[in-house]
Design a protein around this ligand. Structure first.
Ligand code: AMP
Ligand code: MG
Length: 489
């Protein structure tokens, strides 16, 4: 991104500079949202509005803007074109129910996409209606904000409005539009789209743009496109390691749902695991467990290989050499991921130093948790509460605990410092499936938003001890894997 021309924000704070619209035409289609019957604000994120340089008091009742009935000043709406590998199969996709309004430049000079999701049909809608139901949009709002509070890179949610229209998903449901804020919506699938069309110039423009926007430090690298690939790999490795460390299961890790910014994107059939089991799958359509918890790192690598493939024409003039360069890069993913995973897991166990035996120590705990069907979040959190560390008097746990204490004694940090580190890396609260469902049911079926508001408040401080919040920390008690989330939202 070249330095943004200084502009004067509108009274509501809108300050758009729409660089994506200036990319080659094959990457987007100019298009306005389709107006809805009766926009009504359901939830507006004041804190996020403020961070974006918007004026929350001026905007919080402007449902018409967040429904797509009125355009904010400076918007240049478009649908983005992209392709993707869905469950392993290549398809042309694109924004079928989303419209990018433009890029908001914040008071500190950062650039964020402002996108409406559920804003009506586009040339990419295929057989879909271009719309979204209230429940799934609130679900994305809750989970993305929870992820943000956990410190995990993610798109965010600025607003949800209802449309006054019905959508049909096996049953009739209230329609809604989510305003999604993202570092960008450039996906692995965006590169696959340009590559599949054999448009090398569009591919080069997109790669140059992505470097400028997300990896400015790599623009001057000797081999910038290889640097882009390895830069994206590094961020994905870190992201997936963070998911693994909180038990987050994305559920639909198709290449169109992998953002080059390194943010978690597209909250469809996702959920947090209760009882620890790497085979846990939530998505109702993921029958083979392709996107199970334990497969996420491998799938990320597979998705990155699709990015590498798309980048081949830019990596070397000779295809054979391009493939060699790409393969070498992709092979390094496992090591990069493990480095991030070990860093995250060490922090969860209060370790400040590195020892060769750490991996075995971590794995031994995970094996025990799996055998005992121990709750992922609560087991780690209870380890960090000195008083409760003997959370279990199972002999194999006692043996593990002694080993862990022994390991902790190798480092010089005081107990308080160790405990602080652990509490900062082991959340007390995550969005428990039944609490999310309870909030969604109250909102969509009874128009009662108070349950969700309370849940959002609790989730905003996940690392704080849970005085009076016990109900948010209890697993649902369902059989593991019984909880299902749905695509086609
Ligand atoms: P997702 O599963 O949300 O990542 O979406 C995959 C693709 O399906 C994207 O191209 C979406 O834009 C499209 N899509 C999902 N739902 C709808 C809908 N209701 N109408 C049109 N397109 C949709
Ligand atoms: Mg998607």
């Amino acid at each position: 991104m070249s330095a943004t021309a200084p502009t004067t924000p509108s009274p509501a704070g809108w300050n758009f500079d729409n660089s994506y619209a200036r990319l080659p035409a094959m990457l987007h289609e100019a298009l306005e949202p389709t107006a809805v019957r009766e926009p009504r604000m359901v939830v507006f994120n004041h804190a996020l509005g403020q961070e974006l340089g918007l004026n929350p008091t001026a905007l919080a009742d402007q449902a018409a803007i967040f429904a797509g009935n009125e355009l904010p000043e400076g918007a240049a709406p478009l649908a983005q074109a992209y392709a993707g590998h869905q469950y392993g199969n290549f398809t042309g996709l694109g924004d079928g129910r989303a419209i990018l309004l433009g890029e908001q430049i914040t008071p500190t000079g950062e650039r964020y996409d402002v996108q409406l999701k559920g804003s009506g049909p586009t040339p990419f809608s295929r057989r879909g209606d271009g719309r979204a139901a209230l429940g799934p949009m609130l679900r994305e709002y809750i989970i993305s904000e929870a992820m943000h509070a956990l410190g995990i890179p993610t798109t965010r949610s600025l607003a949800v409005v209802t449309t006054g229209e019905k959508v049909f998903r096996q049953q009739s449901l209230p329609g809604a539009v989510l305003t999604r804020i993202a570092a960008s919506h450039i996906r692995v699938g965006t590169f696959e789209w340009a590559a599949a069309h054999g448009d090398k110039e569009a591919l080069r423009a997109l790669a140059g743009y992505t470097l400028q926007r997300h990896y400015p430090e790599l623009v001057t690298a000797e081999e910038p496109y290889l640097a882009l690939l390895t830069g994206v790999m590094e961020r994905q490795a870190r992201l997936i390691a963070q998911w693994q460390c909180v038990g987050f299961i994305h559920g639909v890790m198709n290449t169109d749902n992998v953002a080059l910014s390194g943010e978690t994107i597209d909250y469809g059939p996702c959920a947090f695991m209760d009882a620890f089991d790497p085979a846990t799958v939530f998505s109702s359509i993921d029958r083979n467990g392709r996107y199970a918890y334990g497969n996420q790192p491998q799938i990320a690598q597979w998705n990155l290989a699709r990015l590498a493939e798309a980048l081949l024409p830019l990596l070397h003039a000779e295809e054979k050499q391009a493939v060699e360069v790409a393969n070498a890069a992709i092979e390094s993913f496992k090591t990069t991921f493990e480095r991030h995973w070990l860093t995250g897991m060490r922090a969860k166990l209060g370790l400040f130093t590195e020892e060769a035996g750490d991996r075995a120590l971590i794995e031994a705990l995970l094996v025990w948790m799996r055998e005992q069907k121990a709750d992922f979040t609560n087991t780690f959190r209870s380890l960090s509460d000195a008083g409760k560390t003997m959370l279990n008097n199972h002999p194999s746990f006692i043996a593990w605990h002694a080993q862990w204490q022994q390991r902790l004694s190798h480092q010089s940090q005081s107990n308080e410092v160790v405990q602080e580190r652990m509490q900062a890396h082991n959340p007390a609260v995550i969005p428990r499936n039944h609490k999310v469902e309870e909030a969604l049911a109250a909102a969509s079926e009874h128009g009662d938003l108070s349950v969700m508001q309370r849940l959002l408040e609790v989730l905003a401080k996940p690392y704080v001890d849970n005085e009076g919040r016990a109900e948010y920390c209890t697993p649902s008690g369902e059989a593991p894997g019984a909880y299902q989330t749905f695509c086609g939202t």
